[in-house]
Design a protein around this ligand. Sequence first.
Ligand code: F3S
Length: 242
Amino acid sequence: MSIAKLWKTNKMLSIVIAVYIVLAIVSPSKGLLALQNSMYYVFEMLLIMPVVFILTALIEGWVPKESIAKGFGEGSGIKGNILAFLLGSFSAGPIYAAFPVCKMLLNKGASIANIVIVLSTWAVVKVPMLATEAKFLGPSFMATRWVLTTIAIFMMAYIINKRVKKEDLPAEQATGLADSASAIRIDTDYCIGCGVCARLSPMIFKMEGDKATVILENPNPKQKQKAAETAERCPVSVIHVE
Ligand code: F3S
């Protein structure tokens, strides 16, 4: 892949690398410190994100769309709000781990309001955090903040649900050529770039950077069969074959 293409597909990462290089030249000690801090977070993410992606993929594969839509969808009412509140409250891990989970819930029919509730509770009122807060700042401080924050979360969910529509959100990226999109496609949002598909079926899949893409136009039944077999080997089940 050319440098220009790498830059185009990883703009943010390229900018960060350029900033590090400039910092290392201007002030090597600060550059080193920044690199050490970044590495700390990179390792933290490497420990957490694979588990999150696998859990997300398992829920996506095993929990029927109807169950998510019923539990967290538009028609779920206050019951759905409470469920979303509990999901966020009893979550573990940093807030960035919540995004793939919420994206999957949205794709399966959860409402915007419930996604706001999951994200917000995950970020500011999850139970392990409350226990630590009570220990350091006292139960009364924690309880008052919890009540006020919970009220604010429900108000926010109501307002955002009114203002933001699902059509306003970025559509799920799916690769595949136009006329075969329904035959073989990959949910690239969840592809972890292991390359198994491209190795097993190089006539059907190839890697583009750290994501797999479908290269086969008009697959015949035999090729679809091969794609389906390959799909079974994808560790996060993101290949779909009609
Ligand atoms: Fe991605 Fe699955 Fe292929 S994770 S690289 S689509 S095997």
